[in-house]
Design a binder for this molecule. Structure first.
Ligand SMILES: C[S@@+](CC[C@H](N)C(=O)[O-])C[C@H]1O[C@@H](n2cnc3c(N)ncnc32)[C@H](O)[C@@H]1O
Length: 256
């Protein structure tokens, strides 16, 4: 995966910080010893963890140097580490592993979640939130534009789209055998966007990145123009000119 742009991601900071708030509200812990924020990004989810657990050691982990730089600026007293979740192992006393909007990028994330949970102490919590929006028009159009332009044979573009998430039942069958308790739910947000073009801006900070990063500047412009044309047609303005971005997300809170 190409490096992420912290600045682009933070353009919609309020909306992007709502799901980690909703996830954290369901974490049944009072005073975890060590908390790890997997895929901490620019530190917005880490900041929530520090506020909720001021007595705990909170560590942010990410593979992107740009995100880590921004996170360290934002929370100078926090520890941040560069690592790949695919191979990372929790240290002792890790009572909470929190992963907001990151696991969907790891194709074998169900197996990784199970491995992480297995390594946790009894009573430890694995709390995960992932966009479950691959069937939404905004994501379908990314695949359509990827499949139709001069870039369509580029192997990176071919691999750019995320797979659909497995259904809740699959996570239940995989995780419940090693859990005392598991809570799985969906929330569908309807984010108010100033214009349809703002939807393009939103996804430039996330799922459009793997489509755009292999392209040169001119091809990126073409890709974004073709994508935005589809968005404008599909996301109709409301009475005040704004548009609603429907955004389903899957939440899992598993207690070891
Ligand atoms: C969409 S951002 C989420 C940021 C933050 N957790 C939040 O709640 O807004 C996803 C982050 O996961 C990181 N990431 C993606 N794959 C990763 C991996 N395999 N290992 C570590 N970090 C990863 C990206 O660099 C990015 O900062």
């Amino acid at each position: 995966m190409e490096d992420w742009s912290a600045r682009q991601y933070l353009k919609f900071e309020d909306e992007r910080t709502r799901p980690p708030r909703d996830l954290l509200a369901q974490v049944p812990l009072q005073r975890p010893r060590r908390v790890v924020d997997l895929g901490c990004g620019p530190g917005n989810s880490t900041e929530l963890l520090v506020e909720r657990f001021p007595q705990s050691e909170v560590i942010g982990l990410d593979s992107s140097p740009d995100m880590l730089r921004k996170a360290r600026e934002q929370l100078p007293n926090c520890k941040f580490v560069a690592a790949d979740i695919a191979t990372w192992k929790p240290g002792p006393a890790t009572d909470l592993i929190f992963g907001n909007a990151v696991m969907q990028w790891l194709p074998d994330h169900p197996a990784i979640m199970r491995r992480l949970l297995e390594a946790m102490p009894q009573g430890g919590v694995l709390a995960i939130q992932m966009p479950d929006n691959t069937r939404e028009p905004a994501l379908v159009f990314q695949r359509e534009v990827g499949d139709s332009g001069p870039w369509r044979d580029d192997p990176e573009i071919k691999a750019a789209a995320r797979d659909h998430l497995p259904p809740p039942e699959a996570y239940y069958d995989l995780l419940k055998p090693i859990c005392a308790h598991i809570d799985i739910w969906h929330t569908v947000y309807n984010h108010v966007m100033a214009t349809p073009q703002a939807i393009t801006e939103w996804f430039k900070g996330s799922s459009l990145q793997p489509f755009l990063s292999p392209l040169d500047a001119a091809a990126r412009e073409k890709f974004l123009a073709a994508y935005t044309e589809k968005i404008v047609r599909a996301y109709q303005p409301r009475f005040d000119g704004k548009v609603l971005l429907r955004f389903p997300r899957l939440f899992i809170v598993a207690v070891r």
